[in-house]
Design a protein around this ligand. Sequence first.
Ligand code: SF4
Length: 305
Amino acid sequence: MNTSPPPTLRILSLGAGVQSTALLLLACEDVIPPFHAAIFADTGWEPKAVYEHLDRLADYAARHGIPVHRVSGGNIRNDALDPAHRFASMPLFVRNPDGSDGMARRQCTSEYKLKPIKQKTRELLGYVHPTPVPKGVYVETAIGISLDEIGRARDSDVRYMRNVFPLLDLKWTRRDCERYLRKRGWSAEKSACIGCPFHGNRQWRQLRDESPAEWADAVAFDAAIRNGSARANPQGQDLRGSMYLHRARVPLDEAPIDKVSRSEWLEDNQPSLDDFYHGEDLERAEQGDPDGCSPWTCRSGEAVA
Ligand code: SF4
């Protein structure tokens, strides 16, 4: 018999992508139990389309009695370029001084998403840090993980939050969510920072072809972080190699983001994706990292601290 007390609050972790948008609409339509609130963690560097989607979503949810709280741990873009600011490292692709490849540690999700979500959760519970949250007081946090991503479902690492996955209970895949949104006149893209290194070529092309100003911003950022954080170098730290936003470890505006067929390659001798990647890597290069940026899991499979 389950003797655990009922949750004090039910909250949606709103990333504003396909799955969490579907969850919010499902709650508004009473298909799943309602949320007391939704929390969106803003890194300050999402595409304009995501902010517009979020505005519309927040209006709709408010009309159904669900407030959407926007929280922030700072502006990831500005912080990375500010020599006076501690750099919460992004998962940049690294070419080491010895020519080998590496990747920078991902601290950004924890810093800009998980931390502010936890802070807001405590505030909504009425126990702001460092006040301890009493035993038995907890938030049920709904996370938009669909059946095709079941391996990403994880428990929370704090006692006052318990993660639940309503899309798994409904046995919905990402496609089911997309269909559901479409029928109701909604759509949503993967939400992520404009210059997130987890982007696949599909997202980079979309940015370049549909949002030239945001693409130019990502290209400029990519050039600005080539030698690592703005803070590391004025402090005289040794360079740990060259950093890149694109997995090919070349400047973003030179990266092979257009899939070029072998015959085209033979014609004009451009580098093709196939020259960089094979099998699963090729799929990853095109679609982006399947783990992407979730506040709750990271690509290593470990919970983000
Ligand atoms: S979207 Fe990418 S860059 Fe932004 S916080 Fe997540 S992992 Fe970091």
